[in-house]
Design a binder for this molecule. Sequence first.
Ligand code: MTE
Ligand code: MOS
Length: 780
Amino acid sequence: MADDGDRPARIIHAALPHDSARKHVSGEAIYTDDLPEPPGLLHAWILTSPRAHARIVSIDTSQVDGPGVFVMTAADIPGRNDVGPIHGGEPVLAHGIVEYVGQPVLAVAAASIRAAREAAERAVVVYENLPPMLSIEEAWQKESYVSPPHTMARGDVNAGLARAPHRLSGELRIGGQDHFYLEGQVAMALPQEDGDMLVLSSTQHPTEVQKMVAQVLGRPMNAVTVEVRRMGGGFGGKETQPAIFAAIAAVLATKARRPVKLRLDRDDDMMITGKRHDFLARYEAGYDDEGRLLALDMALAARAGHVADLSPAIVDRAMFHADNCYHIEDVRISGFACKTNTQSNTAFRGFGGPQGMLAIENVIDEIARSLGKDPLAVRKLNFYGTDTRNVTPYHQTVEDNIVHDIVAELEQSAEYAKRRVEIEAFNRASPILKKGLALTPVKFGISFTATHYNQAGALVHVYTDGSVHLNHGGTEMGQGLFTKVAQIVADEFQIDYSQVKITATSTGKVPNTSATAASSGTDLNGMAALAAARTIRQRLAEFAAGHWRVPVDAVRFSQGRVSAGAESLSFAELAELAYKARIQLSATGFYRTPKVHYDRATARGRPFYYFAYGAAVAEAIVDTLTGEYRCLRADLLHDAGKSINPAIDMGQIEGGFIQGVGWLTTEELWWDHDGRLRTHAPSTYKIPVARDLPPDFRVRILERAANREETIHRSKAVGEPPLMLANAVWFALKDAVGAAVDHRVVPRLCAPATPEAVLMAIEDAKRRAAQPLPLAASGE
Ligand code: MTE
Ligand code: MOS
């Protein structure tokens, strides 16, 4: 085990820069599209469906064909036309029917993208319209699902609601989000001997691309090798979605017997690929005079899109986070993955968790406002206890609760109470501009909820000059995984970090891997790499002990040297000697997460090894005449356990937060009545830029926070949880909307809180405040 004692913070726990940081900014980092193009390379383009739902009457490609032009329709697929990751039945190319605007219908490879596009557009596809299902409401009402509804429950929600002194019910609409990775989807397929295929893919999940390409080609998995050195961002959008593009490139390459590259431009990427799920949450809550949440009945309905993809698991994770930090005695949470004629929504940082969390935070906020209390006081009242009141709706006991400490520390350092008073004074004196303040906590479950994914492998070689070659199943998408795992290996050998060579992920080196997802990349691959390095270190120690005739435990590895008493060799000298003595200097490592188990049928178990925590305070100012706003200050305090690399973790915290701010404020996806996504480029889809950072931005990593579980060097996963710190910004905006009517009614705000949405919420609050309604009338 990775005991952590007092390791020198020279390598592990050190704020080393990302291994590719310089290359990222100088442009030297090589992405899939930058790889040298092999001779004879063809470029592919995809023709997509202009209809949301239609029968394909005929496809005529007679005008497409030409010299050097290769066409592919569903009929050209040698194996199965299916890239469904869990459920199957998810076509590469439409067959017989199209189910959303943007669905790939046929693909063409030619000498250039332009030539491929011009040829593809000569295809004549005849459609016959079918009625489309475009909204969550309609799909939910008609029980159109991609998987059966699912429920988690504890206690007796009906009795709990009946007993509760107060009740409120309501609805919250939560928007989706495009991944907007800077590098779009791309794959290059290179035919090998015997019909084998090498695929270079921008993917978080090389094994799945391998499996799907093999399945589509009708070949065994050992005929396909998938490699990825790095992605220009994935954010979940490259967990399953790359398979279609890799499969198309591979089929065309097989057909043409030439390498084929398929790189989407931004508009096509946004039209074709799935996004974060938008959700509709409906809830009924029972509470007491203090604001204690006694009973909750919550339904979470998501827009899954036309096929399941990962939607069932994403709706599950939304349900797993519909408690956030709060104990609820009697609770029922139901999830619905609604089938709609839109893009197949997919993983996105938080994987449904953010949507579930926003919904429960909104319930707590409404309870507080209906009682005229500060929402922070009501939040604290409802926190899970440390020894009692600590069982979740899925029957996992929260054993590592540190939310009380984090919130107390942040409340102090951000001067919440003082600023609350100042903001009230400001608002009294300011008729048009109104300020809002909010503190929201985060508790995020770490592990794949499908238990079997919680495994990883690694491969480490030590060469005779003491340099090390490191490989594992994780992928690098900018999050710093490769840097962290290299730190772990360098630390284990006690050699310089620069002696460890980071190499591309390849299905030929480490097989049967899980997606780099669920924030578990370092937890899993770090442990697997540690196990491999430890095996070699043990062999070296035994060899050195024999060589020097000392006991094995007398052999020390420190600062590039191996020694015992007066004997000492450099790591390189020892490697050379060991090689000559025929000691194996290569090893694999494997890890599986302990303690996790979950029975979905009964919705009980321990899906999460541990929880990562955090909290944020945000202050916003709103122009009540236009709805325009700005987040003026944000204070974040985040739990990264005992951070393996505080510099990288800081980047994840800041980046996750601002990505969350984009989701909750400016990033709006908008489909027209025909189901056409009209926000498919940066001109119409607004992601945050530098100016959207709060001018006063104070970010800290929680100190003295070693993981209570035996994770890699007692760190905690940090990839996704900080995104949810952005909830504070949304609630600060909601608070400012409330201030516009002196908090006389409970505001109703949706996400994203675009300036337009904020303005409508203010108008709505003003209308309701003008009517003689009781304060507690929120959303009924
Ligand atoms: N950070 C960067 N820079 N780019 C990314 O694509 N993806 C996020 C997060 N941080 C992402 C990122 C998502 S969705 C996940 S699940 C984790 O990184 C995956 O990596 P990890 O498990 O190594 O943290
Ligand atoms: Mo992250 S959404 O688990 O790829």
